[in-house]
Design a protein around this ligand. Sequence first.
Ligand code: HEC
Length: 143
Amino acid sequence: MTIQILIPVMLITVLFEPVYANETKSSRWYNQLQVDKGRFIYEKNCLVCHGIKAQGITEDWKQTLEDGSYPPPPLNGSAHAWHHPLKMLIHTINNGGAPIGGKMPAFKEKLNLKEKLAVIAYFQNFWDVEKYNAWLRRGGLDF
Ligand code: HEC
């Protein structure tokens, strides 16, 4: 490909990429209201363990702590949460880490379903298009 062709092609890619990303984000299962509400819930209930931007609070979330338990993983799409459909994410929020010998508290009685969905929307909003689409392909909307 000659440079005369290459430059316009690169320009098109650069110009249209953000538009494409926005379009895809606005077609997600949640809306901005849920993200805003979820942020409030997240900051009150989850931030202390999962980090201010859901990035986690330890360098390596796969490295067990001294007592053998796992640290809170990032929820921003860089760890494992995108492997789990909505059903599983709600299950984890409901029951916490107790069923797997972990330390996360249970929120079954503390948050209602709308609040749980909003908080998921909040941390999913950190996921890039690629992660979100991979989650969809794995049956993410399974509820
Ligand atoms: C006291 C610390 C703590 C708090 C508070 C906390 N978590 Fe967690 N969370 C953890 C830990 C630790 C794990 C890993 C499982 C375990 O060991 O319990 C985890 C795991 C998870 C997972 C599974 C992630 C994956 O990759 O599979 C999700 C989802 C999650 N937390 C969401 C939340 C949400 C949403 C809130 C707030 C409503 C919250 N957590 C509050 C500590 C916490």
